[in-house]
Design a protein around this ligand. Structure first.
Ligand code: PLP
Length: 402
């Protein structure tokens, strides 16, 4: 009989996803307590009262009815890449060609492809902190150093450009921007983006710009600034997805495109293309739904944003009414990132909060070292659930502050 356990490689210890880890603790809670938790930890609108507009659902069904069951081109269906070109022209004024576009299984796949195929082990990528954790996880897995640049909480979480500059060395290849950012809800102005672009230009770096929340912005803004359209001669790889503004999280469809006026990214693009061949294809019928989403009516987005803005206002007001909590107002996305003004580790805090209130939130340190002493809250649920959660958090804070 075989008796040796098969050991995963050492680098596998880097594979962690804090947002999902708290879910395991929540499962334990539900089993032992026999009570449901209130989950404020997963950024999936479709788990709450949001779903994709009917015309894109119809396009998905039509794609199935008309026999689009095959593997698509590994780069994505040509029709969809053409639709992306038209969409990016309309939305951001960019002049791309379908060859500049690669269709991916959500933005998550683009993150993995870029970190797997664009860096040598030992290379450095500057990432925001706090950040969307898979960037750090994937970087570590592939031996890339994710150097965390500080985002300044007292300036609504905008990046500290001086800190960014201090992190750059001969190993640095690129700067990652996430705008609007997850978990802080920060939206950077064109001026901040220009400063980042200038820094990249000064050191011969390219910029990776994750803009998947670009249309989920509040306070009368129409959209967050697009990095590529401000980049002049600095190359930019933009990551986009149908998951957020188009509410199609489970369809797993997104894209990346390159803005590259001097053809400096050609070799990387060729490698990304080959890499995508190894996974054959993104979901084919979902690509036809994505085409309908990008080229069809856009009016559902305003409805979604208005609904989210009311929820943002509610959580922002209620968190700041609690003495031991302080939160900046998110300007975009659907997350708020409150600070815990108590002498307690954030991991410990989130576990205690769960076991005392049944509320599931991930600890801030899982979003990078500048996320410590915080936790992230998704404000996707309807108001009555958010109010119930806030009542419980308020009571809990009074208890532990005693
Ligand atoms: N990038 C950011 C900043 C995110 O917040 C997420 C998901 O929450 C993703 C990428 C991945 O999204 P998807 O793979 O659903 O497109």
């Amino acid at each position: 009989m075989l008796s040796n356990k098969f050991k995963p490689p050492a680098r596998a210890s880097e594979i962690r996803y804090v947002i999902r880890e708290i879910t395991l603790e929540a499962e334990k809670y539900e089993k032992t307590r026999g009570e449901k938790t209130i989950s404020l930890n997963i950024g999936d609108p479709c788990k709450y009262d949001f779903s994709p507009p009917q015309h894109i659902v119809d396009a998905y069904i039509e794609a199935l009815r008309s026999g689009k069951h095959y593997y698509s081109d590994s780069r994505g269906e040509y029709e969809l890449r053409e639709a992306v070109v038209e969409y990016e022209k309309r939305k951001n004024g960019l002049s791309l060609s379908p060859d500049d576009v690669l269709i991916t299984q959500g933005a998550a796949e683009a993150v993995n492809v870029i970190l797997a195929a664009a860096f040598e082990p030992g290379d450095k990528l500057l990432v925001p902190s706090p950040t969307y954790p898979p960037y750090i996880t994937a970087a570590r897995f592939f031996g890339v150093e994710a150097a965390e640049y500080m985002c300044l909480e007292n300036e609504d979480w905008i990046p500290d450009i001086d800190h960014m500059r201090r992190l750059i060395d001969s190993k640095t290849k690129a700067i990652l921007v996430i705008n609007p950012n997850n978990p802080t809800g920060a939206v950077y102005t064109p001026k901040i983006i220009r400063n980042i672009i200038d820094l990249a230009g000064e050191y011969n770096l390219y910029v990776i710009s994750d803009e998947i929340y670009d249309l989920i912005v509040f306070d009368g803004q129409r959209k967050a600034p697009n990095t590529a359209s401000l980049a002049k001669d600095v190359p930019v790889i933009t990551i986009y997805s149908l998951s957020k503004a188009y509410l199609a999280t489970g369809w797993r469809v997104g894209y990346m495109y390159k803005y590259d006026p001097n053809n400096l990214l050609d070799d990387l693009w060729a490698v990304f293309t080959r890499f995508l061949m190894t996974r054959l294809s993104a979901n084919t019928p979902a690509q036809y739904a994505a085409k309908a989403a990008l080229l069809g009516p856009q009016d559902n987005i305003k409805i979604v944003v208005d609904k989210l803005e009311r929820r943002r206002d509610l959580v922002y007001r209620r968190f700041n009414e609690i003495d031991e909590i302080e939160a900046r107002k998110p300007k975009g996305a659907f997350y708020i990132f409150p600070k815990i003004n108590l002498n307690i580790d954030d991991n410990e805090f989130c576990k205690k909060l769960l076991w005392n209130t049944g509320i599931v939130v991930p600890p801030g340190s899982g979003f990078g070292s500048f996320g410590k002493q915080h936790f992230r809250v998704v404000f996707l649920p309807p108001e009555h659930i958010l109010n119930e959660a806030l009542d419980r958090i308020e009571r809990f804070m009074k208890e532990i502050a005693k």
